[in-house]
Ligand binder design. Structure first.
Ligand code: PEP
Length: 250
């Protein structure tokens, strides 16, 4: 009932020529895939990749955005600038932004509300550190990040929100949460959406898993009832790994 959503986060990789070649290959190899697809190149390659992806079934995503439309924000990129480049989805609250660049739930919430107001879709990332998991605080951490991140977001706007559950200890480490572990948190995430917006909205919410998703573990993860897609980092940088993930079949 929920359309699976596979998104690639290219992070700070690739110059424009490399990004163009990868986008061209993905456009060709992913034509006809029935899932919702997105790639998020670095800001510097958005225009190049956007031109390649025009008319394809792959959406153009951005990895971050400023909490303001314009003004004195040195080094920042506004949602209007992203839209001008053809971006339709923005990843917000990625753990690398939270933990390496000090982004707080309050700041992420400002960005989420502005992105939605400007008509962008949002992938809101949540997830616990290893320390938090070992202290049995997974549900509490995820609940706080969701409640704070979604503050002021209306039920109508929720259709433009995807939640990505990304345990921080599984990102870029090669350690994937087991399908059981991931599904348990995804179930909690859906319950939190139900608490905030009601069961109908919770049923519709697409919840991605992120953290070392690879061709050989995607089927096991996507086979779970509450796992609706993936946010993919490392494996999104090559067609050999991203294409089989994007083509997964339950
Ligand atoms: C990510 O950065 O969101 C991610 C899931 O990375 P990786 O797939 O490399 O763990």
């Amino acid at each position: 009932m929920r359309t699976p959503f596979i998104a690639g986060n290219w992070k700070m990789h690739m110059d424009r020529a490399e990004a163009k070649a990868l986008a061209q290959a993905m456009k060709t190899e992913l034509a006809g895939v029935p899932h919702k697809l997105m790639v998020a190149p670095p800001f510097t390659a958005l225009e190049t990749v956007g031109a390649v992806l025009q008319g394809s079934n792959i959406l153009l995503g951005a990895q971050n955005m400023a909490p303001a439309t314009s003004g004195a924000h040195t080094g920042e990129i506004s949602p209007l600038m992203l839209k001008d480049l053809g971006v339709s989805v923005v990843i917000l609250g990625h753990s690398e932004r939270r933990h390496s660049y000090g982004e707080t739930d309050a700041l992420i919430n400002e960005k989420v509300r502005l992105a939605l107001q400007e008509g962008l879709e949002v992938i809101l990332c949540v997830g616990e550190t290893l320390e938090e998991r070992e202290a049995n605080r997974v549900n509490q951490v995820v609940e706080t990040q969701m409640k704070e991140g979604l503050k002021g977001v209306t039920a109508d706007q929720l259709e433009n929100v995807t939640i990505a559950y990304e345990p921080v200890w599984a990102i870029g480490t090669g350690k994937t949460a087991t399908p059981d572990d991931a599904d348990a948190v995804h179930t909690t995430v859906r319950e939190i959406v139900a608490d905030l917006y009601g069961a109908g909205e919770a049923d519709k919410m697409v919840i991605q898993y992120g953290g070392s998703v690879k061709p050989d573990n995607v089927k096991g993860l996507m086979g779970r009832d509450n796992i609706d897609g993936a946010l993919v980092g490392g494996a999104s940088l090559k067609t050999e790994t991203f294409v089989p993930i994007a083509q997964f079949d339950r």
